[in-house]
Design a protein around this ligand. Structure first.
Ligand code: AMP
Length: 219
């Protein structure tokens, strides 16, 4: 089993890199953001409860996201998991450790995608995603080849996230610095942290992650 955490602020490239690792390493991506958006869009009671919190850019309660992850770890059979956007608090990190311990597993590497805040604002304000296959694009740096059509699956359903606006981005950054960034120290102390330059091109970040994984999995 290979279990990886991708850590970094919104717009750091976690989702893009997680999708590549799914394709290339046969791992399963566990994105609590995707799970919550799915619950919100299908209008489940939990989805209704979290919709406003997400729109504001606040974190959803630990209880809800830990519950989602616990369920997936039980139901998904995989060679390993990429945790994307989870954990985001120390309580979530502790919960993940116990869930994995109980299953006789561990985290192999925590990869921090390090970027500066100016770049995040630019990345997020230009971001759009294919609603059908999840491919991520950017107006300036990575537009679809044919305008309005997904390169990967041909869908015309390209969407911008409701929370990708200046106001909720500011709040998401605040939540990141207050609650999530302490995890960098936490995983450093555990000896699991690897830092990758998230400002490099998608391909170069991918290469850096591959190097980290080769190193982490060999050790
Ligand atoms: P993301 O797609 O990872 O940027 O997540 C979108 C939104 O979902 C966040 O701004 C939070 O409101 C919520 N969310 C996603 N993952 C978590 C988490 N691990 N803990 C708390 N809230 C989360």
């Amino acid at each position: 089993m290979t279990n990886i955490i991708l850590l970094g602020p919104p717009g750091a490239g976690k989702g893009t890199q997680a999708r590549r690792l799914v394709e290339e390493r046969g791992l399963v991506q566990l994105s609590t953001g995707d799970m919550l958006r799915e619950a919100r869009d299908s209008g489940t009671p939990m989805g209704k409860r979290v919709a406003e919190v997400m729109a504001r850019g606040d974190l959803v309660t630990d209880e809800i996201v830990i519950g989602l992850i616990e369920e997936k770890l039980k139901s998904e059979k995989a060679r390993g998991f990429i945790f994307d956007g989870f954990p985001r608090t120390l309580a979530q990190a502790d919960a993940l450790n116990s869930l994995l311990n109980r299953a006789g597993q561990r985290i192999d590497a925590v990869i921090e995608l390090r970027v500066d805040d100016e770049a995040l604002i630019d990345r997020i304000s230009g971001r759009y995603t294919c609603a059908d296959c999840g491919e991520v694009y950017h107006d300036r740096t990575r537009p679809t080849k044919v305008p309005g059509v997904c390169d990967k699956c041909g869908s015309h359903d390209l969407r911008r996230r409701a929370d990708d606006n200046a106001e909720s981005l500011r709040q998401r950054l605040m939540e990141y610095y207050k609650k999530t960034s302490p995890l960098i120290g936490y995983y450093y102390a555990l000896g699991d942290l690897f830092v990758v330059d998230g400002l490099a091109s998608i391909e170069d970040v991918a290469k850096a992650i591959d190097n980290v994984l080769d190193q982490a999995l060999a050790g």
